[in-house]
Ligand binder design. Structure first.
Ligand code: CMP
Length: 137
């Protein structure tokens, strides 16, 4: 089933010069980049994006980190793209992420883990709407 998902290269990924490398992996996999933008996220948007983690011990640290520098947001389309991209990205804890995955190749820290992708179609819709207008898509 053709789906769309939301992907975001986090501030550490941008600072470390991994934008091209990461986008290239998605393109080479045969996925379609539908829309793409670099933004400095507001705290308000960050709190909405990570609403489900509100109240957790790492919430403030997480919001500080994702607002610490620009991020690159994308909408990506492809067959079963939600699951395909989560497998390409690897586990949230990069120490558990297999080599060959983005986190398995480029990250070690559970908080600064280079990239985010939606974990369901419903979340993808919500997260896309925080960064993109309907007319962008
Ligand atoms: P992400 O896939 O964007 O979804 C939630 C984010 O919270 C996650 O990646 C990590 O960046 C962060 N996170 C999850 N667990 C922890 C943790 N134990 N400590 C710090 N940050 C975390």
């Amino acid at each position: 089933v053709v789906q769309r998902t939301f992907v975001m290269i986090k501030p550490d990924g941008v600072k470390r010069g991994l934008i091209g490398e990461i986008i290239s992996r998605f393109e080479k996999r045969g996925l379609k980049i539908v829309s793409l933008k670099m933004v400095k996220m507001s705290r308000n948007t960050a709190e909405k994006l990570y609403e489900e983690h509100k109240g957790k011990s790492f919430f403030d640290e997480l919001v500080n980190y994702v607002t610490s520098g620009p991020v690159v947001c994308m909408v990506i389309e492809g067959d079963d793209v939600v699951q395909v991209i989560r497998r390409m990205i690897g586990n949230t804890d990069p120490k558990e992420a297999p080599p060959g995955t983005i986190r398995g190749d480029y990250a070690l820290s559970k908080s600064e883990n280079v990239i985010h992708a939606s974990d369901s179609i419903e979340k993808a819709q919500l997260e896309m709407s925080l960064f993109f207008d309907k007319s962008d898509l």
